[in-house]
Design a protein around this ligand. Structure first.
Ligand SMILES: CC(C)(COP(=O)(O)OP(=O)(O)OC[C@H]1O[C@@H](n2cnc3c(N)ncnc32)[C@H](O)[C@@H]1OP(=O)(O)O)[C@@H](O)C(=O)NCCC(=O)NCCS
Length: 356
């Protein structure tokens, strides 16, 4: 039987460090508030116009290729997860492909729009393509350039202080042994609360979903007889509707429930228990969430890896960046049982267990 394994991993974070104190210069917040509620001390912001979600993804991808001992030209297929793409369309999959110089048309590219759980979903796609024998080298990228789309006024502080930029990537290859293989994954979603953690515009919603929820906002859409012109309106711009919104406490309550559930689910699928976990890499949403999950699962400190303190929440990039660092620091070694799990906008949540 053929399995799929993580053959190589790499990550890239921009050089520009932004501390909590730096943010106090543009909005009413404090280092104390941010640390206490989220654990975040600093984050990285990419350089405008030079770095993008795709270029950072390409940097991470080059490192992953090197670690796997392959050339970018060996990549058969790309799965790219992000919520902050360079363009509304086309997706970042083709842009990272162009950055890597693999434009001979042989390699397919797929974008995954699952926000915080994007990388875990993307990895499961790669797992199935490789284990089925369809592809031999699948590149999975999670990358975010959040800093280009956040509200840096005090109004946006509840969201803005949490997010940071960065990218992580893995190369997934076939494996003939369960000693180095993705063992199980699980994916879930529930669209009931789609608008509770979202960036609503631009979009084709026309106000529909929100008006059904009692929102009486004037979106400034053109009348029906005028056709078109509804993706972007002046009212959207004036209302700051291009920024992400989040009901933090609502998200928190669901996250602390779904994270442990999905961890236990993938372990059970793989015939393992919590005691078998060498390392849990939770999506770096909030240190308090990760600590809650750790307590719920009764894991020791050395069984859970966190780096949100230094990077903030990098959404689709957070799991591969953390995994890459944990490996570089010798905290995850070949053969270790690693569990990854994520919860976020959608809501979507997912987990996977693999022997590295
Ligand atoms: C976002 C989060 C840190 C906010 O913490 P909280 O304790 O829920 O805080 P609240 O949103 O209730 O706000 C409490 C107060 O702090 C204020 N506040 C919000 N952001 C602030 C900031 N950056 N600095 C200072 N004060 C802030 C609020 O305005 C509010 O003030 P008020 O009481 O005068 O109205 C927390 O809810 C959280 O982490 N949720 C999960 C979010 C998450 O993980 N998202 C990613 C999912 S993948």
């Amino acid at each position: 039987m053929t399995f799929a394994k993580i053959a190589g991993i790499g990550h890239y974070v921009p050089e520009n460090v932004v501390t909590n104190d730096d943010l106090t210069k543009v909005m009413d917040t404090s280092d104390e508030w941010i640390r206490e509620r989220t654990g975040i001390q600093e984050r990285r912001y990419g350089t405008k116009s030079t770095e993008t979600t795709a270029t950072m993804g390409a940097e991470a991808a080059r490192k992953a290729c090197e670690a796997a001992g392959i050339q970018p030209s060996d990549i058969d297929f790309i799965v790219f997860a992000t919520l902050s793409p360079d363009y509304y369309f086309p997706g970042c999959g083709v842009l990272v492909q162009r950055e890597l110089g693999i434009t001979d048309g042989e390699c397919g590219a797929l974008d995954v729009r699952n926000q915080c759980s994007g990388f875990v979903y993307a990895l499961s796609v790669a797992d199935k393509f490789v284990a089925s024998g369809m592809y031999k080298n699948v590149l999975v990228v999670g990358s975010e350039m959040h800093s280009m789309g956040l509200d840096f006024s005090t109004e946006g502080r509840g969201v803005t202080v949490i997010f940071g930029d960065g990218a992580g990537a893995v190369i997934v290859q076939p494996s003939d042994s369960k000693d180095s293989a993705i063992l199980a994954s699980a994916m879930h979603s529930d669209g009931t609360y789609a608008e509770k953690l979202a960036m609503l515009s631009p979009g084709s919603h026309g106000g529909k979903h929100l008006s059904a929820q009692g929102d009486e906002r004037d979106w400034g859409f053109a009348p029906q007889e005028d056709f078109g012109g509804i993706f972007t309106t002046q009212n959207m711009l004036d209302n700051g509707d291009f920024y992400p919104v989040m009901e933090g406490q609502f998200v928190f309550k669901l996250a602390v429930q779904k994270f442990p559930e999905v961890v236990l689910e993938v372990l059970a699928k793989a015939g393992l228990t919590v005691d078998d976990i060498d390392m849990l890499i939770p999506h770096q949403a909030n240190l308090r969430i990760a600590q809650f999950v750790q307590r719920t699962l009764k894991l020791r400190d050395d069984q859970v890896y966190n780096n949100i303190q230094r990077y903030g929440n990098t959404t689709a990039a957070s799991v591969p960046i953390a995994l890459s660092e944990a490996i570089a620091e010798g905290k995850v070694k070949r053969g270790d049982v690693v569990v990854i799990a994520a919860f976020g906008s959608g809501f979507t949540w997912a987990g996977a267990v693999f022997r590295y």
